[in-house]
Design a protein around this ligand. Structure first.
Ligand SMILES: Cc1ncc(COP(=O)(O)O)c(C=O)c1O
Length: 388
């Protein structure tokens, strides 16, 4: 076997699974849509038997992501929510899950619903409060769920400290790495046991696939997740996996530009008199700045801000968007603008949103690859409409 050098993350992202085709020597992984595969004989199946349990395109994507997150194995699922729910299969009935009170609205809804049906118990806490974390861990949770930076308030949580504390009480640590991707944060290296992604976002990067991924540090856990994924049928489609791996190749290049644009926009917003507050860990004034510097290799391209107006004013501000698409989701090449309270976080009760700090005047931006001058010009125009 030739010596395989240990590559940089950007190199793994571009080169993993390239040139592996044994049939025709195709450089990029060919697309295998077949749902079923021939057996060689009785009790003798080849590498694949049936598409729900295994598929070459899904495997190519899973292997690339496992390498990028430095985990033992990955499972590609049909959505980010399917990835998170897949992980919950590892827990016995009535197990306690500790989750952040300000997580993605869909994650909040899933955990709450698993509690309402009697499957699990859930406690939503402020994971930046040492006392709240200590008190929650005293209850011996089976799983601690982290999402950092958080959606939509960009709060940065300490993966290393939370993992260490959670492991002391025997809890499994799961980290949602959707907002940064392995190009900017590698939670498994900081102590998390499992990373989950909505690959719908930066990993695919082109807003044309809904998908998810789990990456486990331990081989046994990775195998259990693959077993449950086949058992429950939540695995991702071959064509989606093909597209996602294609999109993934440019992740580092995309993020570098999007992040530069995001910082410029965050600074522009900080100086604007119609903005009450900006949430972006790349700003030195942000409470998460120092921690982000330590555990992230960049601030990412998501940010949010409080408009100095009321709910009706927010409606006026969003009425004439053009370059920024008024839509949910994030991480694509195009810029998106959304109102979390009525869109991504509407599944949370008004009370839960209040506890999390998701106000009616909060706006979230997914900063895209357009020229920053045009992005800033559009935002200036939106602000000028607000003052009318
Ligand atoms: C942080 C985070 N996790 C998980 C999800 C769920 O992913 P999906 O929409 O692919 O199911 C989202 C979706 O927005 C998200 O923002």
């Amino acid at each position: 076997m030739p010596h395989k050098p240990s590559y940089q993350n950007a190199t793994v992202c571009v080169s993993s699974q390239i040139g592996n085709d044994t049939a025709y020597g195709a450089v990029t992984p060919p697309l295998y849509l077949s749902s079923t595969y021939k057996f060689n004989g009785l009790d003798d199946m080849g590498k694949y038997d049936y598409g729900r349990g295994g598929n070459p395109n899904r495997d190519a994507l899973a292997k690339t992501l496992a390498e990028m997150e430095e985990g033992a194995g990955a499972v590609v699922t049909s959505s980010g929510m399917a990835a998170i729910d897949l992980v919950l299969n590892l827990l016995p009935n009535h197990a306690l899950v500790i989750a952040p009170h300000d997580c993605y609205g869909g994650t909040h809804r899933l955990l709450r619903s698993r509690q309402d049906q009697g499957r699990l118990r859930v406690e939503f806490i402020n994971q930046n409060s040492e006392r709240a974390v200590e008190r929650a861990l005293d209850e011996k949770p089976a799983l601690v769920f982290i999402e950092t930076p958080s959606n939509p308030l960009m709060r940065v949580y300490d993966i290393q400290a939370l993992s260490r504390a959670a492991h002391k009480v025997g809890a499994l640590v799961v980290c949602d790495n959707t907002f940064l991707s392995p190009a900017r944060q590698q939670p498994l290296k900081m102590g998390a046991d499992i990373v989950v992604h909505s690959s719908t976002k930066y990993i695919n990067g082109h807003s044309d696939v809904v998908g998810g991924i789990t990456v486990a540090k331990d081989e046994g856990v990775a195998e259990q997740l693959a077993w449950w994924a086949n058992c429950t049928g939540v695995t991702g489609a071959p064509f989606d996996s093909f597209l996602t791996l294609r999109g993934l190749r440019t992740l580092h290049a995309r993020l570098a530009i999007q992040e530069t644009n995001a910082l410029k926009i965050a600074k522009f917003l900080t100086d604007h008199d119609k903005v009450a507050k900006v949430f972006y860990p790349g700003l030195e004034t942000d409470p998460g700045y120092d921690l982000a510097k330590r555990q992230q290799s960049g601030a990412g391209a998501m940010l949010s801000f409080e408009l100095a107006t009321d709910r009706a004013g927010v409606g006026d501000f969003l009425a004439n968007t053009s370059l920024f698409q008024f839509a949910e989701s994030l991480g694509g090449t195009e810029s998106l603008i959304c109102h979390p309270a009525s869109m991504t976080h509407r599944a949370m009760s008004e009370e839960a949103r209040k506890v999390a700090g998701v106000s009616d005047t909060l706006i979230r931006l997914s900063v895209g690859l357009e020229h920053t001058n045009d992005q800033l010009a559009e935002l200036s125009l939106l602000f000028s409409q607000l003052s009318k």
